[in-house]
Write a protein that binds this ligand. Structure first.
Ligand code: SAM
Length: 295
């Protein structure tokens, strides 16, 4: 079979199939030819945000029936979509942007389809996580997708502690209004010298890759308001010296309590500051500055 015939065969829409359509994360030209074809030919489209997907379809001159499928209606809507698929309809699933099922409710629809024996296939394309990883300049051979950190205190602290044992490059999603507190929490457990690439507004006019350290990133956003969408790519820990739970606990202390901890072990104030600064991955002067600011 020629390549042309093989791909033509793969391109034919098959009833009873869920198509995961990756959509642009900023630049409309990133939508694939195959995605456009599938979107124009399926029986209906399930969209995380019908307004967003509606705009995309309008740009392409495509008109297909749409249903919404998002976090707050997924339990009720998922089985209905599966019912239509089992009856032989073809459905395209679009998330807000990027690859469905990555940090969005598409994950649950794919699981439902798998449980019910419905065929699921993908039209691959943009994914913010992978785009950022490839641009980060950090090791890509082993990476770990962490998505959004939990917001609630306890699960957040537990997840942050788990990160301290991670030796692979880490990928995190973050909203601009939470960026500062997330950087501060990451510094508490990973220290300020860990390398990070902040990948902002990917594929958009204001795309920016800031390659720095966690401390450097916190400093930059002390004075500048975080804006736009971010993916954080963080260097993994060293294989030879994974951070212990005790170290993680000390890093969660305030700078002053961290120094006091070392003073209580019998170190002079000067040596305690030296030890705490080393563990926090910040220069001694920076720790002095933080101690004075806390007063
Ligand atoms: N499914 C999507 C994907 O494959 O990329 C991710 C959905 S998640 C709900 C949305 C998060 O992805 C945003 O908060 C941001 O962290 C990241 N993101 C999406 N578009 C981005 C862009 N153009 N630049 C940087 N980050 C982006």
């Amino acid at each position: 079979m020629s390549h042309k015939n093989a791909s033509e065969e793969k391109n034919a829409i098959v009833g009873g199939t869920l198509y995961l359509i990756s959509t642009p994360i900023g630049n409309l030209s990133d939508l694939s030819e195959r995605a456009i074809k599938v979107l124009s030919e399926v029986d209906f489209i399930a969209a995380e945000d019908t307004r967003n997907t509606g705009k995309l379809l309008a740009c392409l001159g495509i008109s297909r029936p749409m249903v919404s499928y998002y976090e707050h209606n997924k339990r009720e809507r998922g089985p209905k979509i599966v019912e239509r698929l089992l009856a032989g309809e073809a459905c395209a699933l679009c998330s807000d942007a990027g690859t469905p099922a990555i940090s969005d409710p598409g994950e649950d629809l794919v699981r439902l389809c798998a449980e019910q024996g419905v065929t699921v296939t993908a039209v691959p394309g943009c994914c913010a996580a992978i785009t950022a990883l490839t641009l980060s300049g950090l090791p890509t051979a082993r990476f770990c997708f962490e998505g959004f950190l939990p917001v609630d205190k306890k699960p957040r602290r537990e997840r942050l502690e788990q990160l301290t044992y991670n030796t692979a490059t880490m990928i995190l999603y973050e909203a601009p209004h939470k960026l500062r507190s997330t950087l501060a929490d990451l510094i508490k457990v990973l220290g300020g010298t860990r390398r990070i690439a902040l990948c902002r507004e990917l594929t958009k006019r204001n795309e920016e890759i800031l390659r720095t350290t966690l401390g450097g990133a916190a400093e930059r956003y002390e004075s500048e308001e975080p804006r736009g969408e971010y993916v954080l790519i963080i260097e993994g820990g060293s294989e030879t010296a994974p951070r212990s739970a005790e170290t993680a606990e000390r890093l969660a202390l305030s700078p002053a309590d961290h120094v006091t901890y070392y003073e209580n072990t019998g170190l002079s104030r000067m040596d305690a500051i030296k030890a705490a600064a080393k563990e926090r991955g910040v220069p001694k002067n920076e720790l002095y500055r933080q101690l004075n600011a806390d007063k």
